[in-house]
Design a protein around this ligand. Structure first.
Ligand code: PBG
Length: 334
């Protein structure tokens, strides 16, 4: 009997009957090694500072960052992405603290490297916004616009100090034209051919970065619309992708993740390099806030968002829940 009789001939529900059956036929699995933990380290503090808009996430001290890295490693997470938060008085127009060999990010890279060695992949945000007093990702020209080419020179220097500090992967996230090529050259020039580049290929100008501003203590003047992408565009990401690959990107990333799964799917099917997605601060905050109100089941919602990102094609996911989820995955038969 086929599908046209009084009863269905095909019964997809058969494969959903038991947890064991569903587990067997699952097309997407999450593994601790898929996860990368983004972490903030703040200069000059002796206790971690909670980030209000990201309950459960803190600005680490140098010491607690080391512990967080060790804990992530222990849980099976594969990498950590570091963001530095300098003391306020060290912020200036050029973002000088970002290229200071003793700047907070460089110090933190050395600390984490000393703690975990090569066991955990150590990544660093390569961008100026954490270090500039105006909060933009680059330096400004006389008219107050972000000056692309002058910024590239700063990025080249940043790449070199981060590499000298012992980072494995740099993540240029400023969306300046030519940034991947310039960073590659800068690294190669100082003999750091082995440091790889995770390119923020498709990075959208998103409202969901809101909580991140608090996380890095940045007060942005204006917006990032002249360098980050318009959420309306998909084909533009394909162009960014082609350029990043040509310039030497080893891995590419889509960011944010949840609202851009179509972009992620298209990027993933178009390339043969590893593809990452960044589940950003606002995506985290939304789930935590709704869960706190009792409106959704927190743990199920977290797993569903991550599974969706994985299913769309990300083989690596940056998520603030990385360690917690990795611990839970190891404990369950997922
Ligand atoms: C730029 C950078 C940002 C994030 C990561 N790298 C902020 C921005 O581009 O506005 C956002 C991460 C998040 O929101 O979780 N340094």
């Amino acid at each position: 009997m086929n599908s046209y009789g009084s009863f269905p001939g095909a019964r997809p529900r058969r494969l959903r009957t038991t947890p064991a059956m569903r587990r067997m036929v699952a097309e997407t699995r999450l593994h601790p090694a898929d996860l990368i933990l983004p972490a903030f380290v703040r200069e000059g503090i002796t206790e971690p500072v909670p980030i209000q808009a990201m309950p459960g996430v803190v600005q680490h001290t140098r010491d607690t960052l080391r512990k967080a890295a060790a804990e992530a490693l222990e849980a099976g997470v594969s990498g950590i992405m570091l963001f530095g938060v300098p003391e306020d008085e060290k912020k200036d127009a050029a973002g000088t603290a970002g290229t200071d060999p003793d700047g907070i990010l460089q110090v933190a890279i050395r600390d984490v490297r000393a703690e975990v060695g090569d066991e955990l992949v150590i990544m660093s945000d390569l961008c100026l916004d954490e270090y500039t007093d105006h909060g933009h990702c680059g330096v400004l020209d006389a008219e107050g616009r972000v000056d692309n080419d002058a910024t590239l020179e700063r990025y080249a220097e940043m790449a070199q100090v981060q590499a000298d500090a012992g980072v494995h992967v740099v993540g240029p996230s400023g969306m300046m034209d030519g940034q991947v090529g310039v960073v590659r050259d800068a690294l190669d020039t100082i003999g750091k051919e082995d440091v790889s580049i995770l390119a923020y290929t498709a990075k959208y100008s998103s409202a969901f970065y809101g909580p991140f501003r608090e996380a890095v203590g940045s007060s942005l003047r204006g917006d990032r619309k002249t360098y980050q992408q318009d959420p309306a565009n998909l084909r533009e990401s394909m162009r960014e992708l082609a350029l990043d690959l040509e310039e030497g990107a080893d891995m590419v990333m889509v960011k944010p993740a949840g609202p851009y799964l179509d972009v992620l799917a298209k990027v993933a099917e178009s390339v043969d390099v590893p593809v990452a997605a960044y589940q950003i601060s606002g995506e985290y905050a939304m789930v935590e806030a709704a869960a706190e109100k009792g409106w959704i089941d927190r743990d199920k919602a977290i797993l569903e968002t991550l599974t969706g990102i994985r299913r769309a094609g990300a083989q690596m996911i940056l998520t603030y829940w990385a360690t917690e989820v990795a611990q839970k995955l190891s404990a369950s038969r997922g």
